[in-house]
Write a protein that binds this ligand. Structure first.
Ligand code: NBG
Length: 823
C-alpha cells in the first residue's frame, strides 16, 4: 500500500490551536454555536477535538502495519468493559492541561463535559475490564495488536433499586451519539449459519461444502486504543450485525414489506444485547450466534485485510496468535480449520498443526458450572460443518489418548470434547485445551488449580502447554487518571517513569518511614474521600462521612465472592452496638460501601442485594448504631464509579472462599491506591500478600486445601451455628425479621441456605473474618502505622500492572516484539 494522501497536519497542540479545532467541531460537525449548544453538543465536540489530535497517529500506526507486516496478536474477547474514553484519550495524548485551559477560556468546564460521557459498558465485570486493560497496555508497549469483539447496542444493564430490590433497565449507551467509533460499512463481512453440508469427490479427494441456511452481515466499527504518550494508536474492532441486502431484496420482490423488516430485526438481534451473566454462562442459542458471529468476522477480517496477497498460509503461526479470552471465542478453532481445509484446500493434518499453533487460551474460572458447554443438537443445527469438524478433532484426539495411555475408557470419557450426560454437548474448555498451543490461568493459585483439578487430565497429557500469567490493571486509568492526587505525590517523589514502568513504585518504600510523606499521603486519601462524598451526594443522594473508615466491597454479586460474609459482619456489629456491648463513642467509625450487580436471573444474588439494602436502612436509621456504622450501596456500580471509589477506600474486601476466585483485579486496584486488604488466600490475593507482606495485609479464612478437606469429610454449616454464639445471634437476628419489617419469611431462603447448604462456607469462615476485622480496627486506630502500611502497599504493588501481564504473555505465549511507530 502506498501513501498518497498529503499529510494534513494535526491541529496545533496549543491552547489557541485547541480552541480553534474545538470551535470547528462545534460549528461544522455538531452544527451549532457555543451559545446554543447543549451539554451533549459540547461534549461531542470535545470528544471529536481530542480524537482529531490522535487521528494522524492512528493512520500512521495502520500504515506502518501494512508496510511492514510482522508478527502480531489478535485478542478475541466477547467483552470489553472500556469505561469512559475522553479522559483516557486526554492523558494518552498529553492534552489534559491544554484542553482544560482551552475550555476555561471558552467559559466551559472540562469536569462538566467529561461527566456527559456515557461509558460503553460492553462487559460484565473482571473479564471484560481485563481485556480493556490489556489492549491499553499493548498499545503503550508498542505491540502490533488488534482487539476484536462485539458492538452490543445495549451494554450491561443499568441497575436501580425499588424497595431495596434490583431492577434492570436497558443501557442504550449509543443514544446521544458515539464520537469514539468509526464505522467501516464497506468492510462488511457476510457470516453464515445453519443449512447442511455436502460431500463431493474432486480428483479423488473428498471435499466438503457447507451450504448455509441464512446469513447476516457483520459491520466493523473501529475504536482508537491510544498508547500512553508514545504516538501509537492501536485498533479495537467491534462488530455489529445487519441484515444482508440479498435477504431483504428477495422478500421485497415478493412484496412482503413487513416480513422484510422482520428478518432485518432478526438479523440485527445478534448484537443487540450483552448477556448479563458473569462467570456462569447461559446456554442460549443467541449467545452461540454472537460468539460465532464475531469470531468468524474477525478471522475473515484478518485473512482478507491484514494478510498480504499471496501469503503462504503454512507460515500463519509466524504471523499471528489469536488469544482466546475464556471459552466465548473458542468456536474460532473449528472455524480456522474450516477456512484452511474447506476453503484453502489444505490437508487436515497440515491445517491442524497450523491451527493449534495459532491459538492460545486463557481460562478465567474455577467454578465447574462456569465452563461453557453447547448441546450437540444446537451446534449441529446452527453450525453443521463446525460440528463435523469438532467430531473429527475429538476422534483424532481420543485416538492419541488411547495410543499413549492405553484403552482406559474412563479416562477417554473424561477427556472427550463431547460430554454424554446429561445431554450430548460440546465442552468448549476441552476443545480449547486440545486446539491451542498454550493454556494459562490468571493467578498462580488459579493456574495451579487448573493443572491439579479443573483440567487435570489435559495437564497430565500436555504439561508443557500449561502456564500462568497473573492478571494486572492499567496504571494509566486506575492510578494516573483516577487518582491525580496520588499520582502527583508519587511523581514529585520519584519522577513520572512509574506510569509505564510500575515496578518503579518500589522507590517509594523508604518514604514509608518519612512522617511528612505519610502525612501528605493521608491528605491525598482525605481529598479523595471528599471527591467521593460529592459524587455520592450528587449521583445517589447518599451522604457519607469522610471522617470514617471507608470499608469497600465492590464486584459482581456472586455467592462465591461472599458479600454475605460482609453482611454478617455488619449485622453482628449492629447487634453489638445496639445492645450496648460496643460503645459507639469508642469504636472505629466505619462506612461500609457496597457496589454490585446481580445477573437478572440469579435469584439468590438478588435476594442478597435486597438484604444488603434492608440491613443498610436499619443501620443508617438507628440513632445509636449510625453514630458508628453506616452502609452505603450506590446503585449501578460501573467503571466510572470505581474511578472515584477506589482511590477513596481505606479497606478493600477480597473475601471469596479460597479456591473460587480465579484472580480478582479489583484487589489490585485497591492496593495500588493505598487501601489495605482484608482477604482470604485466594486468587491474586495470595500474590498481593506475598508482595506487600503479612504485616500489611489482613489474612483470614480457610486455605483451599483446608476448605476442600472439610467439604470431602462432609461440611455441616449448622455445626458452626450451634457452636458460635455470636454467629447464632447474627443469623437469628436476620431470621427474626428485624430487617424486613418483622416479616420472617423475607430472608428465610438466605438463612436456610447458609444453615443447610452454604456451598461457599460463609459460616466456616465467620469467626476468622470477625477476628480479622478486630485486627483491622486496632490497626486503624494508629493512623501513622496504618499509613505506613498503605504506602508500602502502593510501593510493592507495581507487579500488578497489566504492562507486566502483557510482558508475561509476550515472553511465555506470543513472542512478539515491540514496534514503535515512526514519525
Ligand atoms: C473472572 C474471574 C476473576 C478474574 C477475571 C479476569 C470470569 C469468567 N472470570 O477472578 O472470576 O479476575 O475473570 O481474569 O468472568
Amino acid at each position: 500500500m502506498t501513501e498518497t494522501t498529503p499529510l494534513i497536519a494535526s491541529p496545533e497542540r496549543t491552547v489557541e490551536g485547541f480552541v480553534r479545532q474545538y470551535l470547528r467541531e462545534l460549528t461544522y460537525t455538531q452544527g451549532t454555536t457555543l451559545e446554543r449548544a447543549s451539554t451533549n453538543d459540547k461534549y461531542l465536540a470535545l470528544a471529536r477535538t481530542v480524537r482529531s489530535y490522535l487521528m494522524s497517529r492512528w493512520n500512521r500506526t495502520v500504515t506502518q502495519q501494512f508496510r511492514h507486516p510482522g508478527r502480531g496478536v489478535a485478542y478475541l474477547s466477547a467483552e470489553y468493559l472500556l469505561g469512559r474514553q475522553l479522559d483516557n484519550a486526554l492523558i494518552a495524548s498529553g492534552l489534559e492541561a491544554v484542553a482544560e485551559e482551552a475550555l476555561t477560556s471558552l467559559g466551559l468546564s472540562l469536569d462538566e463535559l467529561r461527566a456527559a460521557e456515557v461509558e460503553p459498558g460492553l462487559g460484565n465485570g473482571g473479564l471484560g475490564r481485563l481485556a480493556a486493560c490489556f489492549i491499553d497496555s499493548l498499545a503503550t508497549m508498542n505491540i502490533p495488536a488488534v482487539g476484536y469483539g462485539i458492538r452490543y447496542e445495549y451494554g450491561i444493564f443499568r441497575q436501580t433499586f425499588v424497595d431495596g430490590r434490583q431492577v434492570e433497565e436497558p443501557d442504550s449507551w449509543l443514544d446521544n451519539g458515539s464520537p469514539w467509533e468509526i464505522a467501516r460499512p464497506e468492510q462488511e463481512v457476510e457470516i453464515s449459519f445453519g443449512g447442511h453440508t455436502e460431500k463431493t469427490v474432486v480428483d479423488g479427494a473428498e471435499q466438503i461444502t457447507w451450504v448455509p441456511g441464512w446469513s447476516v452481515l457483520a459491520i466493523p466499527y473501529n475504536y482508537m486504543v491510544p498508547g500512553y504518550l508514545n504516538g501509537r494508536v492501536n485498533t479495537l474492532r467491534l462488530w455489529s450485525a445487519r441484515a444482508t441486502h440479498a435477504f431483504d431484496l428477495k422478500i421485497f420482490n415478493y412484496g412482503d414489506y413487513a416480513e422484510a423488516v422482520r428478518s432485518q430485526t432478526f438479523a440485527e438481534n445478534i448484537t443487540k444485547v450483552l448477556y448479563p451473566e458473569d462467570s456462569t454462562p447461559q446456554g442460549k442459542e443467541l449467545r452461540l450466534q454472537q460468539q460465532y458471529f464475531f469470531v468468524a468476522a474477525s478471522l475473515h477480517d484478518f485473512f482478507e485485510r491484514l494478510l498480504e496477497d499471496g501469503f503462504d498460509l503454512h507460515d500463519l503461526p509466524e504471523r499471528i496468535t489469536f488469544q482466546l479470552n475464556d471459552t466465548h471465542p473458542v468456536i474460532a478453532i473449528p472455524e480456522l480449520m474450516r477456512i484452511l481445509v474447506d476453503l484453502k484446500g489444505m490437508t487436515w493434518d497440515e491445517a491442524w498443526e497450523i491451527t493449534r499453533q495459532c491459538f492460545a487460551y486463557t481460562c478465567h474460572t474455577l467454578l465447574p458450572e462456569a465452563l461453557e458447554v453447547w448441546p450437540v443438537e444446537l451446534m449441529s443445527r446452527l453450525l453443521p460443518r463446525h460440528m463435523e469438524i469438532i467430531y473429527r478433532i475429538n476422534e483424532e484426539f481420543l485416538a492419541q489418548v488411547r495410543e499413549r495411555l492405553g484403552n482406559d475408557e474412563m479416562l477417554v470419557r473424561r477427556m472427550s470434547i463431547i460430554a454424554e450426560h446429561p445431554e450430548r454437548a460440546v465442552r468448549m474448555a476441552f476443545l480449547a485445551s486440545v486446539g491451542t498451543s498454550k493454556i494459562n490461568g490468571v493467578a498462580e493459585l488459579h493456574s495451579q488449580l487448573l493443572r491439579d483439578k479443573v483440567l487435570q487430565d489435559f495437564a497430565a497429557f500436555w504439561p508443557e502447554k500449561f502456564t500462568n500469567v497473573t492478571n494486572g490493571v492499567t496504571p494509566r486509568r486506575f492510578v494516573r487518571l483516577s487518582n491525580p492526587g496520588l499520582s502527583n505525590l508519587i511523581t514529585e517523589a520519584i519522577g513520572d517513569g512509574w506510569v509505564t514502568d510500575l515496578e518503579r513504585l518500589r522507590e517509594l518504600e523508604p518514604l514509608a518511614d518519612d512522617a511528612e510523606f505519610r502525612r501528605r499521603f493521608r491528605e491525598v486519601k482525605r481529598a479523595n474521600k471528599d471527591r467521593l462524598v460529592d459524587l455520592l451526594a450528587k449521583r445517589d443522594g447518599i451522604a457519607i462521612d469522610p471522617e470514617t473508615m471507608l470499608d469497600v466491597m465492590v464486584k459482581r454479586l456472586h455467592e462465591y465472592k461472599r458479600q454475605l460474609l460482609k453482611v454478617l459482619h455488619v449485622v453482628s456489629t449492629y447487634d453489638r452496638l445496639r445492645s450496648g456491648e460496643l460503645d459507639p463513642a469508642s469504636v472505629v467509625h466505619r462506612t461500609v460501601v457496597f457496589g454490585a450487580k446481580a445477573a437478572p436471573g440469579y435469584k439468590m444474588a438478588k435476594e442478597i442485594i435486597a438484604l444488603i439494602n434492608h440491613v443498610g436502612a436499619c443501620v443508617n436509621g438507628d440513632p445509636v448504631v449510625s453514630q458508628a456504622l453506616r452502609v452505603a450501596f450506590p446503585a449501578n456500580y460501573n467503571v466510572t464509579v470505581a474511578e472515584t471509589l477506589v482511590p477513596a477506600a481505606d479497606l478493600s474486601e477480597q473475601i471469596s472462599l479460597a479456591g473460587k476466585e480465579a484472580s480478582g483485579t479489583g484487589n489490585m486496584k485497591f492496593a495500588l491506591n493505598g487501601a489495605l486488604t482484608v482477604g482470604t488466600d485466594d486468587g491474586a490475593n495470595v500474590e498481593i500478600r506475598q508482595l506487600v507482606g503479612d504485616d500489611n495485609f489482613f489474612l483470614f479464612g480457610l486455605t483451599e486445601p483446608e476448605a476442600s478437606a472439610i467439604q470431602e469429610a462432609g461440611y455441616r454449616p449448622s455445626s458452626y451455628y450451634e457452636q458460635n454464639s455470636s454467629l447464632r445471634r447474627t443469623l437469628d437476628l436476620i431470621a427474626s425479621g428485624e430487617f424486613s419489617g418483622g416479616d420472617r419469611s423475607t430472608f428465610e431462603p438466605i438463612v436456610s441456605n447458609l444453615l443447610y447448604e452454604d456451598r461457599f462456607m460463609v459460616l466456616a469462615d465467620f469467626q476468622s473474618y470477625m477476628d480479622a476485622q478486630e485486627r483491622v480496627d486496632t490497626a486503624y486506630r494508629d493512623q501513622d502505622a496504618w499509613s505506613r502500611s498503605t504506602v508500602l502497599n502502593v510501593a510493592r504493588s507495581g507487579f500488578f500492572s497489566s504492562d507486566r501481564s502483557m510482558q508475561d504473555y509476550l515472553d511465555r505465549i506470543w513472542h512478539v516484539s515491540p514496534s514503535p511507530v515512526e514519525d
